[in-house]
Design a protein around this ligand. Sequence first.
Ligand code: ADP
Ligand code: MG
Length: 450
Amino acid sequence: MTDARATGVLKQVKERLREVIIGPKYDLLIEPLEIESITGNRVTLVGGGQKQVEWLQEEFGSRLNEAFSAALGELVEVVVKPSEVIPDQSSPLDPFTSLGALAATARGQARPLLNPRFTFENFVVGPSNQFCYSAAKAVAERPGFAYNPLFVYADVGLGKTHILHSIGHRTLELHPEYRVIFVTSEKFTSDFIEKVRTGRMNEFHQRYRQCDLLLIDDIQFIAGKVETQMEFFHTFMSLVDAGKQIVVTADLPPQELKNIEARLLSRFGSGLLVDIGPPEAETRLAILQKKAELEGRKVAPEILAFVAENVRSNIRELEGALIRLLAFSDFSGAKLTIEAARRVLADFVKGQSGYRYISMEQIIDAVCEVFRVDHNLLMGRDRRKKVADARMIAMYLGRKRTNLTLAQIGEEVGGRDHSTVSHGVTKIAQAMDEDPYLQQMVQRVIRKLF
Ligand code: ADP
Ligand code: MG
């Protein structure tokens, strides 16, 4: 593609996005973007620092994909890279830096990576999550006093990570001098392995044992990792002994977590256990209203009601459905009617109300086709990334689109146990949040199925 054509495409995309992304977000995230290359169906953009790029991918990743796909007339994947010169992240002008984090930076501490959108203010409260919300607020306001640990469990997409970040934000607002760490159990594990390998365990201890609030996400991924669990146990005990707060999330309650040391599970159980259930109709509607408001969009109440009625599984999908509708109306220019919504959300709607029964076999076939993976490899023990990913995507879709239990899904995907399936489902849900390309591929499988 010529430079002139690329420039034209970029201009067109920016013009479109300017209409839908309001004010400062546009100036901050979209305006600086430049095209680095367009090869095959991959568009590589550069612009902004690491933080901007993360925010951009998270909030507008799918929109960028749609905008470029529309401008180029074919389905493309957009990748954004930070510009070479990374702006000083601790500069007071950095809009991502909360006051507390600034204070922490001033003392030379690393800031926790908290998503600016995941706050208590943006968390819609309803009967399904009221208890969790109250407990989380109590903990955030007086870390180390209320319940220790606070253990939050819920199925994917119901708000665990959101709650965890909210606690971090609130604690830092109230106690700017506190050291807050947010980490997934996988990051904790890789950090541990890395420090052992390089003989820097001191650093590791300093980091994790000298914080005021440790937020650890998706603890189930620590399963089977014996040394890491031992290290985590000691981290845990030393924090609790020092009166520091720990908040843990998982996809299951402690007694159902497999391959995690009993003494660790019993500590988890000794704090406060709270779960988040699937949102009720009213909460779903309220979440959609909030989301539309955050996006700066006006959507007719009957459209929101239609989405709330039809997308019931989890909040991530609920938000995804709304985003898809908004993108549709932006790029088609058509008015959003219930009819249009029904068409755009066909796969969500059908999948949920069970118009059509989808079997695991059909899911596996579709995944193999879209990801070009051999059926036997997927069912077997092959651990290459491509095969393992495809297998986990099949599990994810099984969970989302059939009524089978985790154990039944495992049975159908080459005889795996329920914790393997649960692991795969969460892993893909997480990866989809970060990877618009994966999202698109999964959508492609879904379209094949319905
Ligand atoms: P989990 O970690 O449990 O898989 P997340 O915390 O990532 O789920 O939530 C998925 C999406 O749903 C996020 O975009 C989050 O902001 C949103 N969300 C979850 N719960 C709520 C809520 N109660 N109100 C508003 N948004 C929510
Ligand atoms: Mg999460």
